[in-house]
Design a binder for this molecule. Structure first.
Ligand code: TYD
Length: 207
């Protein structure tokens, strides 16, 4: 059995973390081994990097990009590759697409530069599928935690730019956009519908 690598993406408050858990459960229900992870974080070193990135007040954009990439290098080496090699599926809450959107476009560092650093950090590991949960700005605002981290404290303009950047790159790169506005189980069905073709010859049906 070959592991598949699925990444859920979207702006802050889009509901990805909930959907990562639900997708993991559904895949387990089909008999697959599943590892759920998140970035930044997901490893001991990554959790420390996450605190540096999100708890502080000021992080220069290039430092932000490099810390995200450092976290990712650890995450790929320690968790993602070993899981895929063992035949498990990996369902990740964010991956390289987050850096292309947040650091490359919204922070203005440039897609090419950020992509090069990330190709080095990941050894070129590409996901099998990227799913972007698209949620309108008012709904996303309502879903963001009251204890906002450094990124979540950015203004409405920042979050609108993040959303636009995801939509643009999704169109250019074949990322699948799913409407994340509805009820949790409706969105979960929609996410599973785009993941299901990867189940391939296992003959799985929707659960
Ligand atoms: P996330 O874990 O999704 O936030 P939360 O758990 O609070 O919902 O992501 C943390 C923040 O880090 C989010 O604002 C997006 C940002 N981020 C980047 O800017 N670049 C990246 O490469 C990654 C992985 C995250």
């Amino acid at each position: 059995m070959i592991g598949r690598f699925v990444v859920l993406e979207g702006g802050d408050g889009c509901g990805k973390s909930t959907q990562v858990g639900l997708l993991g459960d559904r895949l387990r229900g089909h008999g697959f081994g599943v590892v759920e992870t998140r970035e930044p974080g997901g490893t001991t070193l990554g959790d420390a990097i996450r605190a540096l990135l999100l708890d502080g007040d000021s992080v220069a954009p290039v430092a932000e990009a490099l810390l995200m990439a450092a976290d990712r290098a650890q995450h790929v080496g320690e968790m993602v590759r070993p899981a895929l090699e063992s035949g498990a599926w990996v369902v990740a809450d964010r991956y390289v697409p987050s850096s292309l959107v947040y650091q490359g476009l919204v922070r203005g560092l440039g897609i090419d530069e950020v992509e090069r650093v990330n190709a080095w950090a990941t050894g070129g590991l590409e996901p099998d599928l990227v799913v972007v949960l698209d949620v309108d700005d008012v709904v996303a605002e309502g879903r963001r935690a009251p204890q906002a981290d450094r990124m979540e404290r950015e203004g409405d303009g920042f979050h609108a730019e993040v959303r636009a950047a995801y939509r643009r790159l999704a169109a250019e790169r074949g990322w699948r956009v799913v409407d994340g506005t509805g009820a949790v189980d409706v969105v979960s069905d929609a996410v599973f519908a785009v993941v299901a073709p990867l189940l391939g010859a296992s003959g799985a049906t929707d659960v």
